[in-house]
Design a protein around this ligand. Sequence first.
Ligand code: 6PG
Length: 248
Amino acid sequence: MTPEIRIFTNAALLAHAAAEEVVRIANEAVAARGKFTLALAGGSTPKALYSLLAGDSQLHAAMPWTKTHFFWGDERHVVPDHAESNFRMANETMLAHVPVPHEHIHRVRSEEPHAARAAEEYERTLRTVFGGEAMPRFDLILLGMGTDGHTASLFPNTSALLEKQHWVVANWVPKLNAWRVTFTAPLINNAANVLFLVAGGDKAEPLHAVLQGARQPEQYPSQLVQPTAGRLLWLVDVAAGQSVAPRP
Ligand code: 6PG
């Protein structure tokens, strides 16, 4: 599957294009299956997207909020009201301002003292919500990319990169001296749609390496994202995409 790459002149246009994609995929999913399963990305890049979905009157009205189930592709091992929490960021920028049923917000219980238990519990949550033993096929997984080429919490040279069975694992990240809980590559690659949002000049080199460099996923884990039967779309701003050719 050759990824689509779209390059935007600024982060605001990137966020709006991303919001339009989310709304389109959401309504297709609800029309086809009665619900929309969406895994959110953490970090800072998605904030503009989340704020737009909640705050732009046309986008807000177009989103099937009451039919949407929210998940997180990764979470820091912190309490949910911690400044570093991906749940807190999404809640403050979007979820607290939209009519999503509380029971549709499936956060990682990252306050659990043992990250491995939090990961096991989250995998059980996926089994419950998706109903059954088959690997969940998310309608959409949003991802960011770090300056080291990581995505979700799949960091270079960490054990989670090698996981082939589990859908969610705890991952010790030496460079952060911290535990993370993350979707694994098999789960991400089972999605119907995967959408990367990448902005900023500091992402230009890693983005070129990920998209056009040699295949070395241990060093650039974003290269692991290759949906087996899904669509892969990169939305990047010109600063991040300065060394990348757009691809329809
Ligand atoms: C996280 C994210 C992570 C993020 C990248 C990019 O928990 O931090 O899930 O994978 O997407 O680090 O982060 P920025 O958008 O802040 O550059």
